[in-house]
Design a binder for this molecule. Structure first.
Ligand code: NAP
Length: 436
């Protein structure tokens, strides 16, 4: 068998210790598949004395992970530290600049700096790989950049954040409200102590921007993802959706928009109503799912664990095996210079049905004002639901409506008309409807 591939591992938390465990447990199988053994030559984390439940005594400890970039015996640097900047980025730049291949699970860093790092990898003729950064254990990057490589992909969408999906599906199962379920998710370790990135949709937006670049061959535009999280979703919305035959899911959608003078890149993360018979409606708990539509392959659905030690480590080690086999293709499925620079597309001319929920004062004339705004903006209302006073509405009244199919611009215009009106007590919630 060939010489071992020497790797260094920065970060020994959930993902990093999973990588050590997986490489140790499946060493023989991995060596046969990779056609050479994978050897951990050095490790690094903040606290050397921390009990991680794994024996690290065989591995050389480095206090400063940046040292990995300069050690001649190391071929691949694996980063599972996290953070878009800071030590992870310093290590990535140094490692790639010094001719080491680089594997990471860090979606925040790739979403912000992926193009720069891809160019650095190309300059040094080494690999930059980040399968674990999108949808954890699901091989969606490989699926799109290799399995679907022959297709023009026009649309990719899915459930990209397990924490939000756990919260929404638990709200659905129990009828409890958002804050209550979030508290439980934090206690059970499904949500971070600071859950902002997850619940406000930022984590899903990181992943969506990476997927879009790979699927469409476009330059990464994380800055252009329209992002709304799930913190505004009420238990009443979930109950209402269910009564109408839908569930609520946080969906990221990316699409090449051909409705304008030039093609544009449309990217949006937002809670949606998903019809109960749509494949994404049955994706429960912390699971992730991605749908990609290609011109020859049709619709592909990838589904599985989007996070967690085992699944995420599995994706990291798959990248290392690729490198051991000598696969050093471009990070975003084509050389970074060739990625198309598309401008962000506006959602205005998108056609669809929407769910709008208002919290309004309990007085006459309010419903008339809302329906007049819809009429003036050319929005046709399919159904109108008024709920009595609810705790979540603070004694005010919850009003929801579903529109007929029409341009999203109409909904936006109607909301603009209602802006500042004393008939609308709080900012309304708008969700698009998937699955008819
Ligand atoms: N957790 C998941 O399920 C999952 C899924 C997909 C992707 N990811 C991504 O994987 C990455 C790691 O996530 P994680 O959940 O494993 O995080 P984590 O459990 O918090 O682990 C982070 C590790 O990095 C080390 N670290 C932090 N700052 C450091 C520094 N300045 N220098 C050296 N080491 C440092 C920590 O050291 P100490 O242990 O000594 O404190 C810890 O071992 C993130 O980018 C995350 O987005 C995670």
């Amino acid at each position: 068998m060939a010489e071992p591939l020497n790797i260094a591992l920065a970060g020994l938390g959930t993902v990093g210790s999973g990588v050590v465990r997986l490489i140790e447990t499946n060493a023989e199988l991995i060596a046969r598949r990779a056609r050479r053994p994978i050897r951990i030559a050095a490790v690094s984390a903040r606290d050397r004395g921390k009990d991680r439940g794994i024996d690290l005594s065989a591995y050389h400890w480095l206090d400063d992970p940046a040292e990995m970039a300069t050690r001649p015996d190391i071929e691949v640097v694996v980063e599972t530290v996290g953070g878009s900047d800071g030590p992870a980025l310093t290590l990535a730049r140094k490692a790639l600049g010094s001719g080491k291949s680089f594997v990471t699970a860090n979606k925040a860093m790739i979403a912000h700096h992926g193009l720069e790092l891809a160019a650095a990898a190309e300059n040094s003729a080494v690999a930059l790989k980040f399968e674990a950064a999108v949808a954890g254990g699901i091989p969606v990057i490989k699926g799109l950049s290799e399995g679907a490589a022959a297709n023009a992909i026009e649309r990719v969408y899915g459930i990209l954040n397990g924490t939000c999906n756990y919260i929404l599906s638990t709200m659905e199962d129990t009828g409890r409200d958002f804050a209550d379920v979030l508290g439980d998710a934090q206690r059970m370790g499904y949500a971070e102590a600071d859950p902002t990135f997850d619940i406000e949709g930022v984590d899903a937006a990181h992943k969506l921007s990476i997927l879009a670049s790979i699927a469409f061959g476009t330059r990464l535009r994380f800055d252009a993802v329209e992002t709304t999280g799930i913190s505004g979703v009420l238990a009443a919305d979930i109950a209402q959706a269910r009564a109408l035959g839908y569930v609520i899911r946080l969906i990221g959608t990316a699409e090449i928009d051909r409705g304008g003078a030039q093609p544009g890149l449309f990217q949006r993360v937002r809670p949606h109503l998903v019809r109960c018979d749509h494949p994404l409606a049955s994706v429960d708990g912390a699971t992730n799912a991605v749908v990609a539509e290609g011109n020859f392959m049709g619709r592909l659905l990838f589904q599985g664990a989007g996070a967690g030690e085992g699944p995420t480590a599995s994706a990291v080690v798959a990248d290392i095996i690729d490198i051991a086999r000598g696969e050093k293709g471009p990070a975003f499925s084509m050389p970074s210079q060739e990625l198309e620079a598309l401008e962000p597309a506006s959602s205005g001319h998108r056609i669809g049905r929407s769910y709008l929920r208002f919290i309004v004062p309990d007085r006459p004339g309010v419903l008339a004002e809302i329906t007049a705004a819809m009429r003036d903006a050319g929005v046709s209302i399919e159904s109108f639901i008024q709920k009595g006073r609810g705790d979540e509405a603070g004694g005010e009244v919850i009003v929801a409506l579903v529109t007929h199919e029409g341009p999203e611009a109409g909904v936006r215009d109607a909301l603009r008309i209602l802006e500042g009106s004393d008939s609308v007590a709080k900012p309304p919630l708008v969700m698009q409807i998937i699955g008819g």
